[in-house]
Write a protein that binds this ligand. Structure first.
Ligand code: IPE
Ligand code: IPE
Ligand code: MG
Length: 273
């Protein structure tokens, strides 16, 4: 066994499999601490099979399960999954309802497993407009996993990067007025601490499935220096091997943060906070 990951995936990854081949290539010393994923392509996956779009969303739930499990075993600290954007409310009512129902079903089925695996469930996004049943399940999952210290799973739900920044600005302006503060005193850290992701490191790696080369209003502030990886795979086809491939690719990148040599230490942006 060449690295500990093979032990962490013992009984799950078959000897001689592609999973094992990829695991061997991973450098345990350079595992990203935060991975964010734009889970896209469920509708196209279904269309290719002449199935309704909802079938694609349902199949996508299995990819979520597989990805969360693999991320936890790899020792990734934060995994942020884009599940529903504020723009997704534009979709047909039945599709939105089906997505919310799938979320409820996912939480009900998985919360015990999350807890068993020391995975903390969180959401980012605005609570308003979310159905009370959805909110109840989310609150329960948050509560039940609050003491977990392993992987933190952030589900971006009713999320918009621009709204998040606008809200942070509103809070800062209010604060500045109350404290009679000078606008010059507002720092990057002040914005950061007013985002849904306050206290979390920025994503090291942003993955988008289905080949689309855009960020669709996801974590606009936080991805300033994230490495972007786009795969043609549609989200319902995404499995742990795809996560391994993305990380292997990430580990080949030079992160320079504007400097001329690869960073060996913490990102410059973090140092500036
Ligand atoms: C991603 O798949 C899931 C959500 C946005 C909720 P899509 O539903 O966007 O699938 P495509 O992009 O139409 O294939
Ligand atoms: C981004 O996918 C949002 C989620 C994955 C939840 P979309 O399918 O909504 O994005 P666009 O419309 O292709 O930009
Ligand atoms: Mg899409």
């Amino acid at each position: 066994m060449s690295n500990d990951f093979l032990k962490d995936f013992e009984g799950i990854v078959d000897s001689g499999s592609r999973d094992e081949f990829l695991l061997r290539q991973l450098d345990p010393a350079a595992i990203p601490s935060h991975i964010a994923i734009i889970m896209d392509g469920n509708g196209r996956w279904a269309a290719r099979r002449s199935l309704p779009r909802v079938a694609g969303h349902r199949a996508g739930a299995e990819s979520v399960r597989a990805t969360v499990e693999a991320a936890a075993r790899l020792g990734i600290r934060y995994l942020t999954l884009y599940a529903f954007s504020t723009e997704n409310w534009k979709r047909p009512r039945l599709e939105v309802e089906a997505l919310m129902a799938l979320l409820i079903e996912f939480i009900r089925k998985e919360v015990a497993t999350l807890k068993e695996n020391n995975i903390r469930f969180q959401t980012i996004g605005r609570d308003e407009r979310l159905d009370s049943v959805v909110m109840r399940e989310i609150d329960r999952a948050r509560r039940e996993t609050a003491a977990c210290t392993g992987l933190q799973l952030n589900v971006a739900l009713n999320y918009s990067g621009r709204c998040e920044i606008v809200e942070a600005c509103r809070r800062l302006v209010t604060e500045a007025l109350v404290r009679n503060q000078n606008p010059e005193d507002i720092t990057e850290h002040d914005i950061e601490r007013n985002l849904f992701t306050a206290g979390l490191p920025d994503p090291d790696l942003l993955i988008r499935t289905s080949g689309e080369m855009r960020v669709s209003n996801f974590l606009l502030w936080q991805i300033a220096y994230s490495e972007i990886y786009v795969t043609e795979k549609l989200w319902p086809d995404f499995r742990r091997a795809d996560l391994f491939e993305a990380i292997i690719d990430f580990q080949k990148r030079d992160r320079r943060y504007g400097d001329i040599k690869p960073a060996k230490t913490e990102p410059l942006v973090a140092n500036m906070k």
